[in-house]
Design a protein around this ligand. Structure first.
Ligand code: DLL
Length: 439
């Protein structure tokens, strides 16, 4: 249940003392070892000794993805290459990736933090765990790998892809837990069904998911498809990878490893810190212990809420809500903010359509248009025109009520929308392209 009960249930006052001591350390570490931070802080008129309380963090300027990009590949490292023992990179598909480095101590901390989250989710040394995240430069697979080994679980490093073999091994090995993105878990279930397997052929009981958003409705679908208990886990390469936050079995938000990460929420537009509990904002994180790739007030672009109430599980570390979306994933359609998760919740509640969908945004004249393309479960509906039209209208009306804007709904034949082995890419934004067709 607990990997490190004492730390995980530490009284808040004690936790804040630990945070302050570590904040002082990391600010000095950055000032002395990373040129970028040294000049940034100098420009802002801050020196490390200005940090006397936790709220003094406000004197430190924010760090953005652009700052990391400008210092590609190793400019933000806080330790010499001699001390760096591992390199990973962000999973971004455009341009150069963000490269991150770990010292031996960073790796030790990382595996302990992942051990915490997998035990909080209910994993144990009795589990056989299949890791279906890509091992590549992505942090997901190796992050979970070492944390799971640390608690004594049996790790099967299948990596992502090769789905039929993945499913076969899952059955033959009696795999009890799976690690993947939620969308890949759903795809694996579809492949298992196509291969003629049933739920009872598998021993899966736990799914450690993360790396992309997943609504509660989508989680239910995955749990039903596999007959398992699923937890959501949050992390980011720039911060470490998985291990930053994860759900315990109460599933009332993801506990942030606050002894290693100082979390703030800010208003995306004004950049003011949100002190009001319960208000949503952009998560800003300062790493408190990292040597290889420390970040000060990093703007994650992920929108969430923070909850500091103690959790019934006994953990005192604050919880972050499910990610509502990324500030750069949020679609602005005719002036209205639309989060893909809102659309997903509507679609999943409609039994005739499956959980695979695409959101296509176009600019027609001066107007943005949104097309929601979703797969039918049963292709015979395509021949029943009146029913098809009624279904289309039903989805349209429900989306309009939730989003407050018009969108076009198109129903696709089963299994025609692209499947993903890693993070799903459901948004096709064609607004800045001459081409108006998704083909
Ligand atoms: O996705 C790290 C990770 C690996 C987390 C395995 C959990 C499990 P990146 O590839 O750098 O790192 O992507 C980070 O993915 O800013 C979020 O937008 C998104 N993300 C990560 N976890 C979640 C989640 C890993 N649980 C970016 N829910 C982040 C929603 C998530 N979005």
């Amino acid at each position: 249940m607990f990997f490190d009960r004492e730390t995980e249930t530490m009284p808040r006052s004690q936790l804040e003392l630990t945070q302050l001591e570590r904040l002082k350390w990391v600010v000095r570490h950055c000032y002395e070892n990373v040129e970028f931070y040294h000049y940034r802080m100098e420009k802002a008129g801050v020196t490390p000794d200005k940090i006397k309380t936790l709220s003094d963090i406000q004197y430190i300027p924010y760090t953005t993805k652009a700052d990391l990009r400008d210092n590609y590949p190793f400019g933000m490292f806080g330790a010499s290459m001699k001390k760096i023992v591992r390199i990973h990179a962000s999973s971004g598909t455009t341009g150069k990736p963000t490269v991150v480095g770990y010292t031996k101590r960073d790796l030790e901390n990382w595996s302990s933090l992942v051990a915490r989250l997998v035990m909080a989710a209910g994993a144990s040394e009795d589990d056989i765990v299949q890791i279906a995240f890509g091992y590549g430069l992505f942090t997901g697979a190796l992050g979970l790998h070492y944390g799971l080994e640390k608690i004594g679980a049996t790790v099967v490093p299948t990596s992502s892809g090769n789905t039929q073999k993945q499913v076969m091994l899952m059955k033959d090995f009696g795999t009890t837990a799976v690690v993947s993105t939620p969308s890949y878990a759903l795809y694996m279930a579809e492949v298992a069904q196509e291969m003629g397997y049933q739920k009872k052929d598998f021993k899966l009981r736990l799914g450690l998911f993360g790396s992309e958003g997943c609504t509660e409705e989508m989680r239910d679908k995955i749990e039903q498809a596999w007959g398992l208990f699923a937890t959501d886990n949050y992390g980011m390469s720039e911060l470490m990878g998985p291990g930053v936050a994860g759900e315990c079995q109460e599933r009332r938000g993801m506990h942030i490893a606050e002894d290693h990460f100082l979390a703030e929420l800010i208003d995306t537009k004004t950049e003011d810190v949100i002190t009001h509990e319960g208000r949503a904002g952009e998560l800003v994180i300062t790493t408190l212990t990292k040597e290889g790739f420390p970040v000060l007030r990093y703007r994650t672009k992920d929108i969430t809420k923070l909850d500091f109430e103690p959790c019934p599980c006994g953990r005192t570390h604050a919880r972050m809500h499910k990610i509502m979306g990324r500030s750069d994933d949020m679609l602005k359609i005719r002036g209205v903010n639309v989060f893909p998760s809102q659309i997903e919740s509507v679609l999943i509640a409609i039994p005739q359509v499956g959980p695979h969908y695409q959101l296509i945004v176009r600019r027609e004249g001066y107007l943005d248009t949104l097309e929601v393309l979703v797969e039918l479960i049963d292709s015979s509906l395509l021949e029943k025109y009146a029913q098809l039209e009624a279904l289309q209208r039903e989805i349209h009306d429900k989306l309009k009520t939730v989003l407050g804007i018009e969108c076009k709904v198109n129903l696709a034949e089963p299994k025609t929308i692209q499947r993903f082995q890693g993070k799903a890419q459901r948004i096709v934004d064609l607004r800045n392209q001459k081409e108006v067709s998704p083909q």
